[in-house]
Design a protein around this ligand. Sequence first.
Ligand code: GLY
Length: 129
Amino acid sequence: MTQAEQDLLTLNHRLLESIASADWKTYQELCDPSLTCFEPEARGQLVQGLAFHHFYFRLGAAAGAQATTMASPHVRLMGDVAVVSYVRLNQRQLPDGTAVTKAFEETRVWHKIGGKWKHVHFHRSPLPG
Ligand code: GLY
């Protein structure tokens, strides 16, 4: 893996951590305002912009321990555009103290704009179990 690809994985993981910790400032900094996505919360609709995502950040971070892992990550770098694909594992502690893991197929597209990588599109699909 090249240094550029490793840097993109680090950036992508930072984005996922900002989601887990409800850190809107970091999420907004890493995303282009025109971000598009398909995700389960959007019920099959293509969502454009950041307002839809801001709703969840305003709810705050879930209580209890949590960890986010990008399993088997792959980076396809095409000049100023990169596609990062992996299975996202979300480990969460429930209020009763037990732990659950949820898995999602995730693809995130990054675009270097003005010398900075910006997140411009993602697609997340839940895996059963
Ligand atoms: N739901 C926000 C994100 O996955 O980027």
